[in-house]
Design a protein around this ligand. Structure first.
Ligand code: GLV
Length: 320
């Protein structure tokens, strides 16, 4: 019987079909550590990994029987994909169930930051009647009629564009590869060079994967090209943004605000961001809903079954 190792603690119901076919090892009540996985992996045909679990060369080399790395995520920057592919392994991801919830969260961060929802909530709770309330207080940024610039027009970028259109925003985008004209028309989006997008947008949303090329996609120079009234949204990967440069830009009014679900240096934001009212912070919750968790597990299971039994398609990663 084929052996599957799942590194993370997850509701089992999404994995039921996979469990009925193979010998599956799950951790109990917590994730397996890197060291634990290193010690076990030699016996397994398949590794199911979470987006923050490093599947590096050392681990891949220990997987003597390993043939598939099935990531529980659309992103796969936790995996040394070139090395895995060069060794003849297959790498799979879960784009479908991730798209809508992540686009929803990007829109939520946009609306929250623009309309100061969390800030007002926090002030009401902490200041109570000392909070200044009035028709000229707590003024936010309009969304309707404003321009959203989306950098990275893959599935999540497109899903965000649809949502932004529903809010009557104008959407421009930048992508490595321009969409064809029919798709641009259908999505009601216009292509822009990165510099033009940065200077024209009221909101800039990052929806690109993390690769060596996208590290610090937004740094000091890019922040300077943005409007002083602009708001930056990042629900992709933290290292797309130079967080130190962003902090400086927010402190000095180079840009107006930011809505961040991901941070450059791990799970937590830099301390300075915690002090800023013009920033909304969430701890990488783009896919954090109960049903998405289960559907993503099902998608991982389906990739594993498709790979081992060949009875369905596998969402294969073919490039970095
Ligand atoms: C979440 O961050 C994902 O890559 O699916």
């Amino acid at each position: 019987m084929k052996k599957v190792l799942v590194t993370f603690n997850m509701f089992r119901e999404g994995f039921a079909e996979m469990e009925s076919r193979y010998d599956v090892t799950f951790p109990c009540g917590r994730d397996f550590t890197y060291e634990e996985v290193s010690e076990m992996i030699a016996e397994y045909d398949v590794l199911c990994s979470m987006f923050d679990f490093p599947v590096d060369r050392r681990l891949i080399d220990k997987g003597e029987k390993l043939r598939l790395i099935a990531n529980y995520a659309v992103g796969y920057n936790n995996i040394d994909v070139p090395y895995a592919l060069a060794k003849g392994l297959t790498v799979a991801n879960t784009p479908d169930p991730v798209t809508a919830p992540t686009a929803n969260l990007a829109l939520a961060l946009l609306l929250d930051t623009a309309r100061r929802v969390t800030e007002c909530d926090r002030k009401l709770r902490t200041l109570g009647k000392a909070m200044k309330i009035g028709i000229l207080e707590n003024l936010g940024t309009s969304v309707t009629g404003q321009t959203l610039g989306i950098i990275g027009m893959g599935r999540i970028g497109k899903a965000l564009a649809k949502r932004a259109n529903a809010c009557s925003m104008n959407v421009i985008y930048h992508n490595r590869r321009r969409l064809d004209i029919e798709e641009e028309t259908r999505l009601n989006v216009l292509y822009a060079a990165k510099e033009a997008l940065l200077s024209q947008s009221d909101f800039v949303s990052l929806n690109a994967p993390f690769t060596p090329d996208t590290r610090h996609l937004i740094g000091e120079d890019e922040l300077r090209q943005m409007k002083p009234s602009a708001i930056l949204i990042n629900a992709s990967r933290g290292a797309l943004v130079d967080e130190a440069a962003l902090i400086k830009a927010l402190q000095t009014g180079i840009i107006k605000g930011a809505g961040l679900d991901v941070f450059e240096h791990g799970d937590y934001p830099s301390a300075e961001l915690l002090e800023m009212d013009n920033v909304v912070l969430t701890p990488h919750i783009g896919t954090q809903t109960l049903d998405t968790r289960i559907i993503m597990a099902r998608a991982v299971g389906s990739n594993v079954i498709g790979f081992l039994d060949g009875d369905r398609p596998v969402s294969c990663v073919t490039q970095v």
